[in-house]
Every structure is written in structure tokens, then in C-alpha cells.
Write a protein that binds this ligand. Structure first.
Ligand SMILES: Nc1nc2c(ncn2[C@@H]2O[C@H](COP(=O)(O)OP(=O)(O)OP(=O)(O)O)[C@@H](O)[C@H]2O)c(=O)[nH]1
Length: 250
């Protein structure tokens, strides 16, 4: 999915530590805001891009190019605080006989994220079937810290071609210990908003409170360059030989 009105595309898959990622983080961080990074994952065609676009623009746009993975940003108010959030849309996950096929790009997005939205479509049983494995994969990439996850069952408006009972989604979510939302991206903005909102709230409770802009500014002051050792040695030798000369000349 390419650039949509009202959204700011920062970069496609900025590698952690890359200049693009650092620049994006810097801009948001410089405003003194806490940053919440969310990756949206799931099988192909379940409506990941539609979900992200709906959340960011409130609009449902029928058709999208196949997703190559874009990163979008916006601000949200959570409990009186303005948070900067980045949402990473990802390409659809493929399933092979020996399990999920998650390429390095996707793994990088999951590692980068503070929280993940896992999406399936109620019209596609296979997209539901891979959730257990996908959830496990996500948690494995964040070993040692339980990553906030929300499970989203999309296309609730297509009940006549439903393959997954939303009740199954609810059961699975409670088994995995995550929140569950049944949504129709095409018909209802509020449910979409609530799914992201709850995730942001969970992350913000896990993160330490933001430092004040004043504190941030001081941490951004460049440190003095470390002294050039060669130059120091040369000057030390010069001073020493001058002293020796002075002593011998006495
Ligand atoms: N009826 C209906 N269609 C939807 C809904 N959400 C998405 N779609 C449609 O489903 C199709 C796939 O949506 P995408 O957002 O491109 O799905 P994706 O998961 O990003 O797909 P990939 O880019 O292939 O991974 C599009 O034609 C959307 O218009 C929904 O809630 N209801």
C-alpha cells in the first residue's frame, strides 16, 4: 500500500539503528513524546493495510496494492498524555508444510515493535489457523519480556461467507492471554480505534514515564569529541623534550 492522504510515510522497513529509523525516532522523541511502535501481522488478504489505513485516516479504501511494508506515524491521546505511535504494516505471512514462513524483514519488524496486532479474517479459516504459531513466533522474538498483543478478527460484515466463528477467536485470545476485537474495517471505525487504543495503553503502562523535554534536550547535547591520542602523545613528547632541554641547558 502506497502513501495515503493524512498519513506520513516515514520509511519502508527502517532497519533498527538505520539513519531513517534514527531520524524518525529523533523527530518524535525531540518533541518530548513517548513513542509506541506497533507491527500489524497476519496472513495475506486479511485486511492488514485496510486496518492500518482505517485507524490512521478513519477511511476505508476498498483496494490496495499488495503490501510491501510501510511505516506510518500519528499521535494519540492516552489517559491525558499525547503519545507518538508508529504503525508498521507488513506483507502477508505465508504458510508452508513445515510451518510459518517469516522472512528476515518481517522478523525485524516484530523485534522492532513494542506491541503487535495479529489479524485474521473470519472469511478465511487458514488465516485463523496460523494465529497460534504466529503468536508463539512473536513471543520467541521477544524472549524475556511479554509483548502486548491484540488479536483482531476482521471482515465481520461478511457473515454470509464466514469460515470462523468469532467465538473461536475469543477463546483463542483468552488462551494466548491477549485482548480480542472482532471488527469490520469496512463498516466500523470505533472498534478499529479501540483495538489500537488498548494496545497503546498496555505499552504505555509498561514503559517508564517520559522524560521532560528539558531532560531530553540535555541528553541530546553532543558530547565533546574524545581527544586525539596521537596528538596528545606528540604534545607530551614536545613538552618533555623542551623540559629536558631546559634542564640540560642549566
Ligand atoms: N468486506 C470487507 N472487506 C475488507 C475488510 N477489510 C479489508 N477488506 C478487503 O480485503 C482485501 C484485502 O485487504 P488488504 O488490506 O489489502 O489485506 P492485507 O492483509 O494487507 O493483504 P496483503 O497486502 O496481501 O498482506 C481488500 O480488497 C479490502 O478491501 C472488511 O472489513 N470487510
Amino acid at each position: 500500500m502506497r502513501l495515503i492522504q493524512n498519513m506520513c510515510t516515514i520509511a519502508e522497513y527502517p532497519a533498527p539503528g538505520s539513519a531513517a529509523a534514527a531520524a524518525a525516532d529523533y523527530c518524535l522523541g525531540a518533541a518530548g513524546r513517548r513513542l509506541v511502535k506497533i507491527a500489524v501481522v497476519g496472513a495475506s488478504g486479511v485486511g492488514k493495510t485496510a486496518l492500518v489505513v482505517r485507524f490512521l485516516t478513519k477511511r476505508f479504501i476498498g483496494d490496495y496494492e499488495r503490501n510491501a511494508g510501510n511505516l506510518y506515524t500519528r499521535q494519540v491521546q492516552i489517559e491525558g498524555e499525547t503519545l507518538a505511535i508508529q504503525v508498521q504494516d507488513t506483507p502477508g505471512i505465508q504458510v508452508h508444510e513445515n510451518g510459518l514462513s517469516c522472512n528476515e524483514q518481517l522478523n525485524r519488524c516484530i523485534r522492532w515493535a513494542d506491541a503487535v496486532v495479529i489479524v485474521f479474517s473470519i472469511t478465511d479459516y487458514k488465516s485463523y489457523e496460523l494465529i497460534g504459531q504466529l503468536h508463539q513466533h512473536v513471543q520467541q522474538l521477544h524472549l524475556g519480556s511479554r509483548l502486548p498483543v491484540v488479536l483482531v478478527a476482521n471482515k465481520a460484515d461478511l457473515l454470509h461467507i464466514k469460515q470462523v466463528d468469532p467465538q473461536l477467536g475469543l477463546q483463542l485470545a483468552s488462551m494466548l492471554g491477549c485482548s480480542f476485537y472482532e471488527v469490520s474495517v469496512s463498516e466500523n471505525y470505533n472498534d478499529v480505534y479501540n483495538a489500537f487504543h488498548i494496545l497503546c495503553k498496555e505499552v504505555s503502562h509498561k514503559q517508564p514515564p517520559s522524560s521532560t523535554p528539558e531532560k531530553r534536550r540535555t541528553s541530546l547535547i553532543p558530547r565533546p569529541k574524545s581527544p586525539n591520542m596521537q596528538d596528545l602523545k606528540r604534545r607530551f613528547k614536545q613538552a618533555l623534550s623542551a623540559k629536558v632541554r631546559t634542564v640540560t641547558s642549566v
